[in-house]
Design a binder for this molecule. Structure first.
Ligand code: FES
Ligand SMILES: [Fe+2]
Length: 396
């Protein structure tokens, strides 16, 4: 009798399919759908104190750029390759009116206008015809934001209510951090760090059950979780009844395109959030996170998580301790440089992640149809944006 081959799928690794990533979620380059959506908003590209009279290399949205601050205090952001014969402006000399290329001395102002050509007759009779490719930038509370999209779609620069009306005893500080602790840059795609904010279940598992309490001990209580979709983003609400009869009502928010608002997980600030963060997609496989924090002048910005029984800082952990007490960096970088969406198994607890992805794809469709994405404003009367996240203490 002839034997019949039976295909057995007992789940072993042999023969497994390789996965792939969803380009609409991870791409950042100009000309790609997601890259064009990102380019319809302002992004922080550096700390304001990094824009100086010494040109600095910047990488943002997959583009190599050079940042400087001229003698009048104006930040400038431009393509490094000089429009004359192509040497890099990284070796340029910053002057009162702009940046002068080291090679033949063409001088460009902060908006790329060529204002001097010392080797040309009359210092450049036709210099008005030349423009160094540049991007508009704005200093806001210690960060330099750039708009890297089409000129006709440039929105007004958005402002946020938690940074308005500062008292004399308050200040705004910038904290470069990746997910509250760890290095400021991470070798992974920005979107997997972004959607993490709508993954409140990992707070209980990763930051408590697996690694020991990394935040405030009250966050080790199992929360009642719900999610809400908004035109501008997604919120997650986590309620934890406390022993003293109150409820810790914690709201976190995601805003288009790269904003996450997470009230201090150390609970060092109660009430409405005192901070918000932006993920900067450096390129497809690198991300930086900038937090802007409002604090009384004599207080620590936000309190960082600690790791392991010795309450170590992330940078002091050994390799084995990173394995024993993993946090956000390990979990998110551990998903791969770009996670493989096709091999995921999204479950009911991933509802918030699904909502973030759905919102993103809806907005891809909005701009593909020729419309403006959510959250951009064009008039002079654009409202200050009111954030909703916080650690709210409610009566039970
Ligand atoms: S290459 Fe820059 S001025 Fe000539
Ligand atoms: Fe986390």
């Amino acid at each position: 009798m002839k034997e019949v081959a039976v295909e057995v799928d007992d789940g072993r690794a042999y023969g497994r399919r390789s996965g792939h990533s969803d380009a609409d979620l991870y791409e950042v380059d100009a000309g790609t759908p997601a890259g064009e959506l990102l380019r319809r908003y302002w992004h922080p590209v550096a700390r304001s104190d990094e824009a100086t009279s010494v040109p600095r290399s910047i990488r943002a949205l997959g583009e190599n750029l050079v940042l400087f601050r001229d003698g009048q205090g104006r930040p400038g952001l431009m393509e490094p390759r000089c429009c004359h014969r192509g040497t890099t402006l990284l070796y340029g000399k910053v002057e009162n009116d702009g940046i002068r290329c080291c090679y033949h001395g063409w001088l460009f102002d902060a908006e790329g206008h060529c204002v001097d050509q010392p080797c040309e007759p009359d210092r450049g009779r036709n210099r008005d015809r030349y423009r160094q490719p540049w991007y508009p930038v704005v200093d806001y509370n210690g960060l330099v934001f750039a708009y890297m999209g089409p000129a006709e779609k440039q929105p007004v620069f958005p402002k946020y209510d938690i940074f308005e009306d500062l008292g004399d005893d308050e200040e705004i500080v910038i904290v470069d951090h990746f997910a509250f602790g760890g290095p400021s840059d991470a070798p992974c795609n920005w979107f997997q760090t972004h959607e993490n904010t709508m993954d409140p279940y990992h707070v209980f598992i990763l930051h408590n059950a697996i690694s020991g309490s990394q935040f405030n001990p009250n966050l080790s209580l199992w929360p009642e979780v719900s999610f809400e979709g908004h035109p501008w983003g997604v919120t997650s609400i986590q309620d934890r009844p406390l022993d003293d009869g109150t409820v810790l009502h914690r709201v976190t928010e995601i805003r288009m395109p790269t904003i996450r608002v997470v009230a201090t997980p150390t609970l060092s600030y109660l009430g409405k959030t005192n901070n918000m963060s932006w993920a900067l997609p450096i390129d497809e496989t690198h991300t930086r996170v900038y937090a802007m924090v409002r604090v009384p002048k004599d207080r620590d910005p936000q309190g960082l998580p600690t790791y392991g029984p010795e309450s170590k800082a992330w940078h002091d952990l050994t390799e084995v301790e990173h394995q024993l007490y993993p946090g956000d960096y390990e979990a998110q970088v551990g998903q791969n440089a770009v996670t493989l969406h096709s091999t995921e198994r999204l479950a009911s607890s991933d509802r918030g992640v699904s909502m973030v992805r759905r919102l993103w794809k809806e907005q891809l469709a909005v701009i593909a149809a020729g419309n403006d994405p959510v959250g951009v404003e064009f008039g002079d009367d654009a409202p200050v944006i009111a954030l909703v996240a916080g650690n709210y203490m409610l009566e039970r």
